[in-house]
Design a protein around this ligand. Sequence first.
Ligand code: B12
Length: 225
Amino acid sequence: MLDDIINHYNEAVFDTDKEAAFEVIDNALAEGYTPEDIIFKVVIPAINEMMAIITRDPDANLAQHFMTAQIASEVTEKMLRQFKSPPEIVGRVVIGTAIGDLHSLGKRIVSGCLKAMMIETIDLGVNVAAERFVDEAIAHKAQVIAISAMMVHSATGENGCRKVRKLLNEQGLESGIKIAVGGAPFRFDPKLYKTVGADAWAADGISAAKTIVDLIHEVHANDPH
Ligand code: B12
């Protein structure tokens, strides 16, 4: 039963027991659950639950939170390799964390969700310069640049999203390449994305994928070719 799988997985990750978590996942796959089920019904809800616990309890253990996200990201990567090959690519996205920011877990989860939505995702890693975001987006013919920023200075600084916006404007690319942002500072201030020049933001991996699909459709509507 899915409820049992969710409970056993949550217990394992909250105990930071990676081996037990993978055992639960392997058993679920053997029972016939799909990699998509594992990511969307087990892994992402477990992360959301940990986020809720941390919000309620400021003394929540950072190591425990870190390991929850670490296990989630490893399970997600393993599951993504088992996704059925996409019948049709919806669009292309380059994703990375803003310059000066080494937080990678949220980005990895968003990447996983994007791939699950049949979006070709080019992951540029962490600490990505604005110029590189734009150059790679052009090289890969991406419709969206997705920037993850977990710290106030990487979200609002002059060399992050603001500079990506400036570069796109200078090159006349604003209707062909949209910018999506996400990360803790954008959750704290839902209007911040506009201040830094992004086109959209989202609070979690699942809504990130939906938001980015909308941006891709917007670009296609601007240029149907
Ligand atoms: C884990 C963690 C770390 C780990 C990171 C490990 C790793 N490989 O990623 C370690 C321990 C290394 C770390 C280091 C630091 N950290 Co830290 N860290 C955290 C912590 C606890 C959780 C972040 C996380 O992984 N969350 C889980 C993921 C799943 O959530 P998420 O990132 O928000 O992503 C989701 C959404 O935001 C969204 N999303 C994310 N990206 C994107 C992108 C797009 C385009 C979209 C649409 C959506 C989207 O979808 C994701 C999935 O649901 C946060 C506290 C917090 N509550 O957020 C502090 C926090 C971000 N860290 C902080 C700080 C200060 C630091 C350090 C400077 C500490 C230090 N003194 O060294 C360093 C910075 C290093 C650097 N230069 O980047 C501060 C930032 C404060 C601020 N106001 O700027 C925070 C807020 C803690 C705090 N309360 O003080 N950190």
